[in-house]
Design a protein around this ligand. Structure first.
Ligand code: NAD
Length: 487
């Protein structure tokens, strides 16, 4: 797609270290492509170990001054960044669509969602609280202060190019941490654009520009390897796959690094016999089809009571057939491309395996004949729960339907996965809602709604879906440590 000139001329393609954009030390670049056409958009500096260590030096040097900055100053900086991002919504949304593929309406929503984290943490920056009390023995007083943990490495995935970095960088800066950002190789442009907004605000206010550093790279390990073994780094916040998260946890052990992990999901979408089926279908489309199914909170498995399964599946099929697959920038598109060819191949493979295993195709299960990495919105029923389309995170526009006969069976199916990020449930029975909140092993539960994310709420998973939370008060805790003073 052709980017508006207002944004095309202002996308930084270098490495940001201590307030200046520069080429990679190696001189190498890598290409960032439009997944809706496969065409190259920009060549971006391919950072390596030396660049990463320079970035950490800048973050480490800036940290003492930044930590000592008045909370109000950090708050006002973030508020200004929120205002600028909001004012430039159209430009940033165009960039999100160009590199990530999602329809423009979704990109605008992502800009608003990402900006909301920055606003929320601008508000929280002046609100972190400690504790003062008398020890139970009466022997002394206890003072507990909250202090920024230190320079943080932030590693993000490609599926939300602004939101994923906003919900890390905003609480980090609010808490008083400096950061080194390693954006996803497939979508580094939006991060660079937003980082430039923050850099400019820091510079204009005479604040230390080494607070934010960005090292794009085609070789993530060459960034994470040297940084995770460097004692100057005090925090890692990672969003991405469970496989990589687990490897990074191991690599963080030697320096006993504080870590937060937002990892993969396998969300069950439960439709009970007392559900409002129209509402469930609307919620199912939302929970499944955002970013063509490429979200960690995407409904991965539709678990439907046998008595309403046909009604739900037929209505979901009609709804999927109304979706318009196309380039994210085209008027009317509601489903964009997948991120790369390998993603299409994987989705196709998992669907074919399901069909070979006895699943019935209600719609889709094909690759549209057009350039770009597209896959048709697909509904499958009569799906056996042991197939990969159920047991693995599909990350594509595929809705497999499995039936259940009782609430106990539904909960057992929902929990039959190592993942535990989010579940969705449609029911009119409040007692059942409370039982599900106790028995479904996920960090989040959407009740009669297909969207749960909110900047003011603790987002995160249990089991293999992660450690820690982003958003809300909890999100800032991840960047703070307690100092206990006995007086
Ligand atoms: P990924 O794990 O492949 O990559 C994520 C990031 O890690 C990228 O920046 C990548 O370059 C980097 N990376 C890859 N290998 C690395 C290594 N060895 N060392 C250091 N960094 C490395 O994930 P992805 O494909 O970009 O994203 C999709 C995954 O992210 C899905 O599993 C999805 O569920 C998950 N996700 C989770 C959340 C959440 O909040 N829980 C949000 C979005 C995405």
């Amino acid at each position: 797609m052709t980017l508006p000139p207002t944004v095309a001329a202002h996308v930084p393609t270098g490495i940001l270290i201590d307030g200046a954009w520069r080429p990679a030390g190696s001189g190498r670049t890598f290409s960032v492509n439009d997944p809706g056409t496969t065409e190259s958009l920009f060549d971006v500096a391919d950072g390596g170990s030396e660049d990463a260590l320079d970035a950490l030096t800048a973050a480490s040097d800036a940290f003492p001054q930044w930590r000592a900055t008045a909370p109000r100053v950090r708050s006002e900086l973030l508020r200004a960044v929120f205002e600028t991002i909001t004012a430039r919504t159209e430009d940033i949304a165009a960039l999100v669509t160009a590199e990530g593929g999602k329809p423009l309406a979704e990109s605008r929503a992502e800009v608003a969602y990402g900006a909301d984290y920055i606003r929320w943490y601008a508000e929280q920056a002046v609100r972190f609280e400690g504790l003062a009390r008398r020890a139970p023995s009466g022997a002394n007083h206890q003072l507990v202060l909250r202090r920024a943990v230190g320079p943080a490495l932030l590693i993000t995935p490609w599926n939300f190019p602004i939101a994923m970095i906003a919900r890390k960088v905003a609480p980090a800066l609010a808490a008083g941490c400096s950061v080194v950002i390693k954006p996803a190789q497939l979508t580094p442009l939006t991060t660079a654009y937003v980082a430039e907004i923050i850099r400019a605000e820091l510079a204009d206010r005479g604040l230390p520009t080494g607070v934010i550093n960005v090292v794009p790279s085609a070789s993530a390990r060459s960034i994470s390897g040297p940084l995770l073994s460097d004692p100057r780094l005090r925090k890692l916040s990672f969003t991405g796959s469970t496989e990589v998260g687990s490897a990074l946890l191991k690599a963080s052990a030697d320096t006993v690094l504080r870590t937060s992990m937002e990892l993969g999901g396998n969300a069950p979408f439960l439709v009970f016999e007392d559900a409002d089926i129209d509402a469930a279908v609307t919620g199912a489309v939302q929970a499944k089809m955002r970013n063509a199914g490429q979200t960690c909170v995407a409904a991965n498995r539709f678990l439907v009571h046998a008595s309403v399964a046909e009604e739900f599946t037929a209505a979901l099929t009609v709804a999927f057939d109304k979706l318009v697959v196309g380039h994210g920038a085209d008027e009317g598109t509601t489903v964009g491309p997948l991120i790369e060819q390998a993603a299409v191949d994987r989705v196709d493979e998992v669907v074919s395996e399901a069909v070979d295993g006895g699943a019935r195709v209600r719609t889709g299960a094909e690759r549209p004949d057009r350039p770009g990495y597209f896959y048709a919105p697909t509904v499958l029923d009569r799906v056996s729960p042991d197939l990969r389309v159920i047991t693995e995170e599909t990350f594509g526009p595929v809705a497999p339907v499995v039936t259940f006969g009782s609430e106990e069976e539904a909960v057992a199916l929902a929990n039959s996965t190592p993942f535990g990020l989010v579940a969705y449930a449609y029911t009119r029975d409040i007692a059942r809602v409370l039982r599900l909140a106790e028995s479904v092993d996920t960090g989040m539960l959407g009740v009669n709604r297909g969207l749960v994310s909110d900047a003011s709420a603790p987002f995160g998973g249990v089991k293999s879906s992660g450690l820690g939370r982003e958003g809300g008060e909890a999100g800032m805790e991840e960047y703070l440590e307690s100092v206990y003073v006995a007086i």
